[in-house]
Design a protein around this ligand. Structure first.
Ligand code: SAH
Length: 220
């Protein structure tokens, strides 16, 4: 069960979370603002209410997780998204990351391969706050050719390699932030597509994500 009440206590805990993220090196005020506005506890079971603002990942069902706030902030900061840019997200999960991007004014297209999570999100009232957020059920390895090209692509599951189809769906000058397998962890990469269609790669820290899997589940 989920509870949708945003109390002063929740707001206070969010302020503390922002301080923690600042201490850990997040400095983009637009990212911190968005995280400060979104009630993260709405995205998880009310049993987790007391710990919802700790800087850690939590289970959301179907063996999946809502990413750690630091990871969300880190990826969003690297993405350097501006208002009205088109962003493709792979791995909607709880929808929290998608809402952070929508709160920052981007046009967000997010794909989830787990039917149950997709259906749950369809009924989640909080999403109606963002007319600039659209959810899709499908395989993120395929991207969304109908809506391409995108200014930004963010992958929120551990990719075995960089999916070529996602690179193909990026504009010139577009950026992709993606955690790619390196041993048992993932290296955060930022790829910028240059005028020759080649992706220039920058390497960042190691993270731990749930795997990016091919195909989609039918929710049975
Ligand atoms: N962005 C999410 C993080 C979710 S965890 C959040 O803010 O909560 C990663 C999600 O990626 C999981 O829900 C998983 O089902 C999904 N996923 C994994 N492989 C995928 C694929 N190929 N296409 C779409 N979604 C995928």
């Amino acid at each position: 069960m989920r509870k949708f009440e945003d109390t002063y206590r929740h707001k206070g805990l969010r302020k503390q979370l922002i301080d923690t993220l600042r201490r850990k090196g997040i400095s983009d005020e637009r990212v911190l603002d968005a995280i400060g506005k979104i009630p993260r506890h709405f995205f998880m079971d009310s049993a987790l209410d007391k710990i919802a603002y700790e800087d850690r990942a939590f289970p959301i069902g179907e063996g999946q997780t809502i990413s750690q706030p630091y990871t969300v902030a880190y990826q969003t900061q690297l993405l350097e998204v501006k208002p009205f840019e088109k962003v493709l997200e792979i791995g909607t999960g709880s929808g929290y990351q998608a809402c952070v991007l929508a709160e920052m004014g981007a046009w967000v297209y997010t794909i989830e391969r787990q039917k149950k999570l997709f259906d749950q999100n369809k009924q989640f009232f909080y999403f109606s706050k963002y007319p600039n957020l659209k959810c899709f059920y499908g395989d993120g390895f395929e991207g969304l050719p109908t809506y391409a090209p995108f200014d930004r692509v963010i992958v929120t599951a551990a990719a075995p390699t960089i999916p070529q189809k996602l690179l193909d769906q990026m504009k010139t000058g577009g950026k992709m932030v993606i955690p790619v397998d390196e041993g048992s962890l993932q290296r955060m990469l930022r790829l910028t597509r240059n005028a020759d269609g080649i992706a220039e790669e920058e390497k960042f820290e190691l993270f731990s994500f749930v795997p990016m899997l091919g195909g989609k589940t039918n929710g049975m």
